[in-house]
Design a protein around this ligand. Structure first.
Ligand SMILES: NC(=O)c1ccc[n+]([C@@H]2O[C@H](COP(=O)([O-])OP(=O)(O)OC[C@H]3O[C@@H](n4cnc5c(N)ncnc54)[C@H](OP(=O)(O)O)[C@@H]3O)[C@@H](O)[C@H]2O)c1
Length: 246
């Protein structure tokens, strides 16, 4: 149950984060819809939640910018006091073969996908610790478990989230709060749209269930991890990948 829980979802203007925010809102949570560039889309998500059973606000912050995330935290405190659940979902890809990968291609992905999770967790750590339903949920990738051609930066960041999750689980345990991670398979969002059709086809052939994930394939799992029912589960990496081996 996530009713009346205050949940922050980073990168909730589009894709997986959008789906998670809408689902949490539909189940009665108060949702902070974080976005970086897609202001209009973030407000559409907020309007949809407010039209239903939840309530929501949109807050702009680039998760790679610690000061911006701290300002977001202050804005959220003004609105809700504190939060219960943080979903670190914001992420990007800058795919290149390693020989062509420049330091800035590496940094952009690490700064957003991994340091972004550090920044948001740092900002909301105290809130999660003192909540009676403190939950940290990190969204990572099956590719971090397998490795993936052209994604040295992405797989490094996403597998970093595994260690981060397991350590935060230990450090949050004293306050009875949990940290878990979802290792997502290929999901139909703008991120996957960037991949060439022929490459997509080859990937699809390697998925035992024979299809890419819909955003809705993960939202129920995240709601479970965010809710009271998952209270004895922590430090886990859940593969939602259509049977693709991690
Ligand atoms: N799609 C997949 O196949 C797949 C597979 C495995 C893991 N994942 C992971 O799932 C997460 C969501 O991916 P997606 O497929 O939904 O991607 P997406 O459709 O490209 O959406 C990315 C979201 O992240 C936000 N974002 C990007 N940079 C940000 C920043 N610096 N600060 C705040 N928000 C930022 C974007 O917000 P704005 O548009 O407002 O900038 C957008 O809402 C990512 O962490 C990704 O690594 C995805």
């Amino acid at each position: 149950m996530v009713e009346r829980q205050v949940c922050v979802v980073t990168g909730a203007s589009r894709g997986i984060g959008r789906g998670i925010a809408l689902d949490l809102g539909r189940h009665g949570a108060s949702v902070v819809v974080n976005y970086n560039e897609s202001e209009e889309k973030a407000h559409e998500v907020v309007d949809e939640i407010n039209a239903g059973d939840g309530e929501a606000i949109a807050v702009q912050a680039d998760v790679s910018d610690f000061d911006a995330v701290t300002e977001m935290r202050d804005e959220v405190r003004d609105e809700y006091g504190g939060i219960d659940v943080l979903v670190n979902n914001a992420g990007i890809t800058v795919d290149k073969k390693f020989v062509n990968m420049e330091p800035e291609d590496w940094s952009r992905v690490i700064d957003t996908n991994l340091t972004g999770a550090f920044n948001a967790t740092k900002a909301f750590f105290n809130d999660i610790s003192i909540s009676s339903n403190g939950r940290l949920v990190n969204i990572s990738s099956v590719m971090a478990q397998r490795g993936n051609y052209g994604q040295a930066n992405f797989t490094a960041a996403e597998s970093g989230l595994f260690g981060f999750t397991r350590t935060l689980a230990l450090e949050l345990a004293a306050s009875n709060s949990t940290a878990n991670c979802v290792a997502m398979g290929f999901t139909k969002t703008d991120m996957l749209d960037k991949v060439d059709e022929d490459v997509q086809e080859k990937i699809r052939d390697r998925i035992p269930l024979g299809r890419f994930a819909e955003v809705e394939d993960v939202t129920g799992i995240v709601r479970f991890l965010a809710g009271k029912e998952s209270g004895y589960m922590t430090g886990q990496i859940l593969g939602i990948n259509g049977g693709m081996r991690g």
